[in-house]
Design a protein around this ligand. Sequence first.
Ligand code: COA
Ligand code: AMP
Length: 638
Amino acid sequence: MGNYNDIYNKWKIDPVGFWQETAQEIDWYVEPKKIYSNEEDSPSWFADGVCNTCYNCIDRHVKNGRGQQAAIIYDSPVTATQLKITYQEMQDLTSYAATMLLDLGVQKGDCVIIYMPMVPETIIAMLACARIGAVHSVVFGGFASKELATRIDDAKPKLIISASCGIEVNRIVPYKPLLDEAINLSTHKPQKNIILQRSMHISSLKEGRDYDWEECMKEIKRNNRHTDCARVQASDPLYILYTSGTTGKPKGIVRENGGHMVALKWTMSHIYDIAPGEVFWSASDVGWIVGHSYIVYAPLLQGATTLVYEGKPVGTPDAGAFWRVISEHKVVSLFTAPTAFRAIKKEDYTLHYLKKYDLSHFRALFLAGERADTETIKWAENALNVPVIDHWWQTETGWSIAANPLGIEKLPIKYGSAGVAMPGYDIQILDENNQEKSAGEIGTICVRLPLPPCCLQTLWQDTRGYKSAYISEFKGYYSTSDAGYKDEDGYVYVMSRTDDIINVAGHRLSTGGMEDVVASQKDVAECAVLGIKDDLKGQLPIGFVVLNAHVKSSDEEVAKAIIYKVRQDIGPVAAFKQVVFIPRLPKTRSGKILRGTLRKILDGQDWSMPATIDDPSIITEIIERLQQCGYKDLGKQV
Ligand code: COA
Ligand code: AMP
């Protein structure tokens, strides 16, 4: 671990010097002098630097001779389309799209919500915002109107950019009705929408409010109306990305321009080992943090080619889709969630499809977003014959807290571990008294403050919420809300969340948010939603529901209505399809629902009767009910 240790220690001895040197990789209009500041309790990296993220992602590469290289390869099996967009073309397109935003009244500092499928225009829209210093907030297309409305009310966008539709394996999803309904539900009313009309489904547009992307761009292109990159402070926000918190209200993670660029560019060489000009593929969605950091910003900051894939690992059309894309586009590294590989493994365990493709140029597979099970890692290693790297991070950090930094050196892989601490992160395992635990002991995984560049320093217009959620519980530390341990060599093992967040197919969801929806149904007296193990998606939500007395509808009808409501309010991505009706919820004497015990029973783990339970017979009732409903392999009482 020589090289890694050297670099990690270099950071540890002189963090400011380390990041000052790293910041040289970025083009600044005004180089930062203040590397780290914490004035009036408001921490910031490179605060007095002046820069532009779009310039560093696009224009600087054109200036340095990469104009004819592909910036984006769009591969869409669901529309049978492939397209290459060069850096030069991206410069023109982001410049024109920036003009379109200015024409429609968006100014520096304004927020723009982007509710789009996986098409190049989504990335052009993000970069156009960055170009003029507007703050984008991308909302994942699998979220429904109510979730979109919550984000509209929090971010207060001046304008929304959307598309007429997204395309799933088995259906076209019209976005415009979802957008209209969201605006109908929200208190804040954005003034204008830009709609990208896709030929598979054309939306009707309202004059004076909805603007056709192509129509606007056509006029701007015809008149060659370019917009230059605006100068922004490094500490100005680049984007807000909402992520699930413990309540129904999502948290608006704020990403600054300067620190974000510095950290992400470093990761491309040091963690992912990607050189400018190489093709990097992150098979995620732009609506998630993995998409923000590793479909859009990091590969483009590095001058690499990024792949925008509108499809799934299976079903578009088969389990060979990933191998085809890697082979056709000469992808050197792939980053995805373990669930994608579980899906491929389930459909094609014997690798029938892989045999068709030449993957000799492929170098590494990176997994994150959820715990990677050893069986899947070994299967992938065997299939691809390359290092399979598990690494761990969060929307809040924007890049790896722990990893195996291939670009520094390939460290020995330990199955079950997400690697070692990256420079910038002093990871400690703490107990409830703020004391560091010894190697091998489980506790809350925390990071000593200050957090490195790119990590959140506040929540959108909610500094108090930031402090209470992240830095109040463990004094002097950021709490990741993940539980786990470190071994003697400093390898980190991430085991579970310490809050009610679950991870469904690599998507982070709040069971609290689902409980709010279920509890709002008229027949429901009480409910508890929790995540249970699933072989494919990692976890799936299940709702335990106590009905009011004298409900007229059948259990089946009520369950259908509840499932429909969660899909309507949160979206299909919640994958909420299981409801179990029970007469009573198990609670402690002080009224706390014993979710942990229910989870153990459903996950087939040994469980013991909690000493604080109010009425132990309720657990017996629930086990009987689960057996009647066909749940097998329930945990045993010890
Ligand atoms: N717009 C509209 N609906 C969407 C959507 C979008 N952008 N994305 C997903 N959905 C829908 C799906 O169609 C599905 O609907 P259904 O209940 O009618 O079948 C539902 O949301 C659940 O989606 P998902 O959990 O993604 O399941 P899936 O069966 O479509 O695909 C995987 C399963 C494993 C193939 C897929 O989740 C995957 O590739 N995940 C790994 C990559 C990833 O994106 N990770 C995120 C962070 S790294
Ligand atoms: P998100 O903010 O959506 O990226 O989700 C972050 C959460 O996903 C983390 O707090 C972890 O709970 C989980 N997670 C991400 N990567 C890993 C990993 N490699 N191993 C285990 N859990 C992970």
